[in-house]
Design a protein around this ligand. Structure first.
Ligand SMILES: NC(=O)c1ccc[n+]([C@@H]2O[C@H](COP(=O)([O-])OP(=O)(O)OC[C@H]3O[C@@H](n4cnc5c(N)ncnc54)[C@H](OP(=O)(O)O)[C@@H]3O)[C@@H](O)[C@H]2O)c1
Length: 278
């Protein structure tokens, strides 16, 4: 399979992927085609990567590329698919960086290979999980192409499409959730701190978090086992753990309800947009 790729949408995710493909020598600049709605981003890209192919429109990109990665917002995706549909054929492999537009709707524009994935901004520093769904038509060499690229800086986890809404809370949405949870933790500690600054508290927490993740992964420890190891009955950690145990389930249930509900609402809206275009 030819190592050539077109990327539509050079925002947070499109630019992260593009930078990784080039920095890690996964693709040559001359084999990458890019298109984006606003032209400034493309001008800046041209300065950074002079051999990359800048396309004037999404249609121009679709004319040149068999492998097309689309990294636009879910509600902009139907229009992009509509613009390029005339240039898609049996050979085209579409990779879509959002699962909020369902496969059934994407396949109204393209009957061939489609992979839907939920990347994570964590992969900017090499890591995190990229949840992926391949339709039945995706060929082995196409899977190898996609997974080979992404696995170089993120762990690809292949799931059924129906499992993505919930699971993505633990991967793609996680950096935002984690930041909010930790923010409240540091704010609470900061209110009680006599001499240690907010920045110092934040640093201590971040280093502890990094270490805690590594500790659990490398020692193959579960959360409950870790709690038992650290929190001896009657001790200080035990008292804090008891409060978290009582209060947190309600918070997490409500957060997941809200986030999965919003996902469903966006999916429905995108589906209505598709129906207007078809
Ligand atoms: N950010 C995350 O952590 C994350 C995680 C998982 C999945 N995703 C999904 O990945 C997709 C991209 O997210 P993002 O954070 O990268 O969004 P973003 O920063 O807003 O980037 C979207 C890009 O798409 C471009 N675009 C929009 N409509 C277009 C069109 N019709 N033709 C060409 N380009 C168009 C925008 O161009 P302009 O320069 O004109 O704005 C922008 O550069 C979304 O569907 C999102 O749900 C994001």
């Amino acid at each position: 399979m030819k190592k050539e790729l077109g990327i539509i949408g050079i925002g947070n995710i499109g630019s992260m992927l593009l930078n990784k493909f080039i920095e890690l020598n996964l693709l040559e600049q001359k084999n990458i085609y890019v298109a984006n709605r606003s032209k400034e981003k493309l001008e800046n890209l041209e300065k950074k990567y002079p051999s990359i192919n800048i396309c004037e429109s999404n249609e121009e990109l679709a004319k040149c590329c068999k492998n097309i990665m689309i990294c636009v917002e879910p509600l902009n995706l139907p229009n992009v698919l509509n613009e390029i549909k005339t240039y898609l054929n049996d050979e085209t492999y579409l990779m879509i960086s959002t699962s909020m537009v369902v496969h059934k709707d994407i396949s109204k524009f393209h009957k061939g290979s489609i992979s839907i994935f939920m990347p994570t901004i964590i992969s900017m520093v090499n890591g995190g999980i990229t949840i992926t769904y391949h339709n039945d038509i995706v060929k082995e060499d196409e899977k190898m192409f996609f997974e080979g690229l992404i696995n170089s800086f993120s762990e690809v986890k292949v799931l059924g499409e129906e499992d993505i809404n919930l699971s993505q809370n633990l991967t793609a949405s996680f950096p935002g959730f984690f930041a909010e949870i930790m923010l409240e933790f540091v704010k609470s500690a900061s209110k009680r701190s006599k001499n240690v600054s907010y920045d110092n508290l934040e640093h201590m927490l971040l280093v502890s978090l990094l270490g805690a993740s590594r500790f659990l992964l490398e020692k193959n420890l579960g959360f409950e086992e870790t709690i038992n190891r650290v929190s001896t009955k009657g001790g200080i950690t035990y008292e804090g753990v008891k409060v978290f145990k009582e209060k947190l389930p309600e918070v997490f249930d409500a957060a997941l309800e809200a986030s999965t509900g919003r996902y469903d609402a966006i999916t429905k809206k995108a589906s209505e947009e598709v129906d207007k275009l078809i």
